[in-house]
Design a protein around this ligand. Structure first.
Ligand code: CUA
Length: 313
């Protein structure tokens, strides 16, 4: 994106952004005017009523009803304006248009999963059509996360055992950051994804193809795509670095030692089990942190990941 937004606000790329920014700038300028007026009054009074000689007493001051009314009435009006304006926006943000396109969002430690109406799933990459209202229905596999798309001015907690929803209508094609803004554990800061706003036809083709056409791709290459797309990258390095989970490098064909003292050869069948049923064997020195959701990977995806891991020797 060329447009980086302003000093205070990121680029505005949804129908709601303009309204929210106007309210922000209204509050901002009112605060600046009041701040400057109060500071100016302080400086003026400090100078005007400074003590000029020892034992000097000020004259008795009587209250001014006009002045008191002014500083009660004006701030009351201003707060009521901000309240009404904000409440209207709050309602608008809370109620999605009935024809909104619905995407299911699942937060988990530490990745985002997006599921489209036809069953297409993408990890850590949300794709949406431009100029079409989109509603996100969100829940969490584990702890509280929070979905934040600054460019759309959209932010909402994602809770376990409960659905929450937000909606937006993107107005500019492009790529925007999506963050988790609720501290959710070790790799909270790694829970960043991207939103891609696509032209409507392009979006439709992408969803219909099941999230990209990888049928002709060689297994190792597809595995590398999945490594990012399925968010393995959050917990497993490919260069031997220790993260939340063991690195993918140098585990194929090597004996794996588990926390119960047993061991097994890191072959295809071991890797298959480690992906589909991660709790079955826990490598010594690590904790059982991997979400069970990978059991929904299909046969080709599992083979592709194994082929990719095999390459990392
Ligand atoms: Cu999920 Cu922070």
């Amino acid at each position: 994106m060329e447009d980086k937004g302003t000093v205070w606000l990121p680029v505005d790329a949804s129908t709601m952004a303009g309204d929210i920014d106007s309210l922000f700038y209204f509050t901002y300028w009112v605060s600046i005017v009041i701040f400057v007026a109060v500071i100016a009054a302080i400086v003026y009074f400090v100078v005007k009523y400074r003590r000029r000689q020892a034992n000097e007493r000020t004259e008795r001051v009587h209250e001014s009803h006009l002045l008191e009314l002014t500083w009660i009435v004006i701030p009351t009006i201003l707060t009521m304006v901000v309240f009404t304006w904000g409440f209207q926006l709050f309602l608008k943000m809370g109620i999605a248009p009935p024809d909104a396109y619905e995407i299911t969002v699942r937060g988990q430690k530490w990745s985002w999963e997006f599921e489209y109406p036809n069953g297409t799933i993408s990890m850590n990459e949300l794709r949406v059509p431009v100029n079409k209202p989109v509603r996100l229905v969100m829940s969490s596999e584990d702890v509280i996360h929070s979905l934040f798309i600054p460019a759309f001015r959209v932010k909402h907690d994602v809770l376990p055992n409960r659905y929450t929803a937000v909606w937006f209508e993107a107005t500019k094609e492009g790529e925007y950051p999506l963050f988790c803004t609720e501290y959710c554990g070790t790799l909270h800061s790694g829970m960043l994804s991207k939103v891609f706003v696509l032209e409507q036809e392009e979006f439709k083709d992408w969803v219909d193809s099941g999230g990209g056409d990888f049928d002709d791709m060689p297994l190792e290459e597809y595995g590398e795509v999945l490594y990012t797309q399925q968010a393995c990258i959050g917990c497993h390095s490919t260069d031997g670095t220790r993260l939340v989970g063991p690195s993918f490098q140098g585990i194929y064909g090597v004996d794996r030692v588990f926390d119960d003292g047993t061991s097994a050869l890191g072959d295809d069948n071991y890797l298959r089990e480690a992906i589909l049923d991660p709790a079955a064997k826990i490598v010594a020195g690590y904790q059982n942190q991997m979400p069970p959701s990978y059991s929904s990977l299909n046969e080709r995806q599992v083979s592709a990941l194994i082929a990719y891991i095999k390459e990392l020797q």
